[in-house]
Design a protein around this ligand. Structure first.
Ligand SMILES: [Zn+2]
Length: 428
């Protein structure tokens, strides 16, 4: 058994690992490396292995840093199966379509700037929507807990990782030499007692483990604490008749926020104020969330089987069209706007920020990780002036940060998973 890590080492993007076992070459994830345009383009376009030698791709989950470079792989000639769970298949289809659209739009924007400077317009998208559609035809859905044979000597199974809808731990079993060996790829691991998803599963026996460690060096606030803190932020905003702007990732964080707001309104903890989910991708992703009951914990299943809609609120508006997004500017009184992107580097949140950032009564609520050199990080750092679409804005709106929303296990939760689940981990 041989493993080569081609990404997500010493950084957190571009997860991609090549496993060679019993004569089979299996690619684990094919994530997008995210960085400056030129560096990212070159790194994502140039695959460091021979695509023709691959027998299979196994996908842990739908985040772009794990699945976002699949169109490049297919474009390079890979025609084989891409195994994933049913929910991951549905989410990946919409995620890659959106990613391709962004690639095309970015290339167009760069070319426009080149033309203005009388330079030749030579920027090309990393991949197109047609490439993304080809990936969708190669996705093969496998339910959790089902063995899949890769040749005569190797098989794998997905176990629930409790990270985002459809996320999986991948357990390989292979006949090698004089016995059977188990190799586990953790993918991204969720927290203990997640709010809506099933708890991550434990692996009781393995010989080799490849584990993520995004938050291997820190602790999150407890999951339970978040509800009260969110209620406090919203109640204060209502008292000031203010807007609450929440930059959020379209997949996972948005649905979780809506679910918590649903609970808070049901219990009468916060008043029924208008809530807008202003992101076409989030609207599509929520439709996928509605149909995958197999991924939920008991509480969520109870709601679903009682015909309650955990992703609906009395005054919730899912906004797909651009005109409807612009119309939110006319809303008087307090409201909550959830929009992408999560780090404010793209998406409609930037338009809402231009409308609300200079008013002191408004709140910008940060609920996710903000990478350095992003607008989201500058807001989280409470910088007094920020540039949006090249224009400078004075930040008078208050900034609140809630850290407990992470979908990644923290250091204690990672250790808990390793020790509780791998008591029989053998040392090699
Ligand atoms: Zn992830």
């Amino acid at each position: 058994m041989e493993l080569t890590c081609w990404g997500a080492t010493c950084n957190v993007t571009g997860s991609m690992h090549l496993l060679v076992t019993a004569g089979r070459q299996v690619l684990l994830d094919c994530g997008l490396f995210q960085g400056s345009w030129n560096e990212a383009f070159e790194r994502n376009r140039t695959l460091p292995f021979s695509v023709n030698d691959l027998h299979a791709v196994v996908l842990s989950h739908t985040h772009l840093d794990h699945c976002g470079n699949l169109p490049s792989l297919v474009k390079a000639g890979y025609t084989g199966p891409i195994y994933c769970t049913p929910a991951t298949r549905d989410l990946t289809a919409i995620m890659l379509r959106d990613a391709a659209h962004i690639q095309e739009a970015d290339a167009e924007y760069i070319n426009l700037r080149h033309r203005k400077k009388n330079e030749s317009p030579d920027a090309k998208p990393l991949y197109t929507q047609a490439d993304a559609e080809r990936v969708n035809r190669q996705l093969l859905a496998v339910p959790y807990g089902t063995w899949v044979a890769l040749g005569n000597y190797t098989r794998f199974m997905f176990l629930d990782a409790g990270h985002i809808l459809g996320s999986a731990i991948v357990l390989f079993q292979t006949e090698e030499g004089n016995g059977t060996r188990q190799f586990c790829f953790s993918g991204d691991l969720g927290r203990s007692r997640p709010r809506i998803l099933r708890e991550r599963e434990f692996v009781e026996e393995m010989d080799y483990l490849l584990i993520e460690s995004t938050y291997g060096d820190r602790l999150h606030d407890p999951v339970d604490q978040m509800q009260g803190e969110l209620a406090e932020v919203i109640t204060e905003a209502v008292n000031r008749s203010a807007r609450v702007l929440i930059p959020a990732f379209a997949i996972g964080r948005t649905q979780e926020l809506v679910y918590i707001l649903h609970g808070l309104q049901q219990q009468g903890v916060i008043p029924d104020i208008p809530v807008f989910v202003d992101s076409p991708l989030a609207v599509d992703a929520t439709e996928v969330y509605r149909v995958h009951a197999e991924c939920y914990n008991d509480e969520m299943r109870r709601l679903i089987f009682n015909h309650e809609d955990p992703f609906g609120l009395k005054r919730l508006n899912y906004v797909r069209e651009r005109e409807a997004s612009v119309a939110i500017n006319q809303v008087k009184g307090p409201c909550i706007i959830i929009a992408g992107s999560g780090m404010c580097e793209g998406g409609r949140i930037r338009h809402h920020l231009t409308q609300s950032i200079e008013e002191a009564k408004n709140t910008i609520l940060i609920v996710s990780y903000q990478a350095v050199n992003t607008l989201g990080r500058r807001l989280a750092d409470r910088q007094s002036k920020v540039k949006i679409f090249g224009e400078e804005y004075k930040r008078r709106a208050r900034v609140k940060i809630l850290n407990g929303f992470s979908a990644h296990a923290d250091s204690t939760e990672l250790l808990e998973w390793v020790t509780a689940g791998t008591r029989k981990l053998k040392s090699h």
